[in-house]
Design a protein around this ligand. Structure first.
Ligand code: PEP
Length: 254
């Protein structure tokens, strides 16, 4: 598949996998994906597995991501993890503002934008998640929600930082539900986000920024979704927990 932007496909393991299970998973991925150069491949284990997974993938084409980080660099923030700590494990990407964190930890767009700025300050690439709920979609609020989340979560980033930011469009109703956005729905939302980036920054930034789709991506729907003009990769939850399914998503996307 010949696309203007390099695909980036990331596996979000969420609160799954012990250290031993994580190592077994990436060892399987290394075998399956050794020759893939066309896609940026990222795994996002829980914090507890970052160190050992990092060692296991050091000589491979798989890069490391984290699932969250603090907006602060150090200090009295019990239970938090700073960007500099992630860098110690050679983490390159960090998922920010996942809908589960927006829902359960009540993360706001303002907080997410502070985290995104802190990530860039530490040379980590943020994967900033946005997406509407079913209720919002049914009330025809999709564009309004995306406008608010994109504008708020990306506030304060320079043009250069924005180009190195990945936006993940994840309709909440499609996450972990087995329901996938149709091609038309995904393309419409991605094109809307890209236009918004052009308005907030400029056409060059909008042309360069990568927008992932997330929500029940699996081997059987990856090819169609990844072929859409404004879809530049995937953020994968459930199907990234097994080496064959995550590898097949990647292989089916090229
Ligand atoms: C996610 O949590 O980011 C996600 C897209 O999950 P799933 O692939 O399981 O829908």
């Amino acid at each position: 598949m010949d696309k203007e932007r390099k695909l980036i496909i990331a596996g979000n393991w969420k609160m799954n996998k012990t250290v031993a299970e994580g190592i077994a998973l990436v060892n399987g991925l290394k075998r399956e994906l050794a020759n893939i150069k066309e896609v940026d491949i990222v795994v996002c284990p829980p914090f507890t597995a970052l160190c050992e997974v990092s060692k296991a993938i050091i000589d491979s084409n798989i890069r490391l991501g984290a699932q969250n980080m603090s907006e602060s660099n150090f200090g009295a923030y019990t239970g938090e993890i700073a960007a500099g700590m992630l860098k110690e494990f050679l983490v390159r990407y960090v998922v920010l503002g996942h809908s589960e964190r927006r829902q359960y930890q009540k993360e706001s767009d303002e907080l997410i934008s502070k985290k995104a700025q802190a990530a860039h300050a530490a040379s980590l690439k943020p994967i900033v998640c946005v997406g509407e709920t079913l209720q919002e979609r049914e009330a025809n609020q999709m564009e309004k929600v995306l406008q608010t989340q994109v504008t708020g979560s990306l506030a304060g980033l320079s043009k250069a930082q924005m180009e190195e930011t990945i936006v993940a469009y994840e309709p909440v109703w499609a996450i972990g539900t087995g329901k996938t956005a149709s091609s038309a729905q995904a393309q419409e939302a991605h094109a809307f986000i890209r236009k918004l980036v052009a308005k907030l920054y400029d056409d060059t930034v909008a042309r360069r920024v990568r927008i992932q789709y997330g929500g029940s991506v699996k081997p059987s729907n990856a090819r169609e979704l990844m072929s859409l003009p404004d879809v530049d990769g995937a953020l994968v939850g459930g199907a990234s927990l097994e080496d064959r399914s995550f590898a097949d998503i990647i292989k089916n996307s090229i």
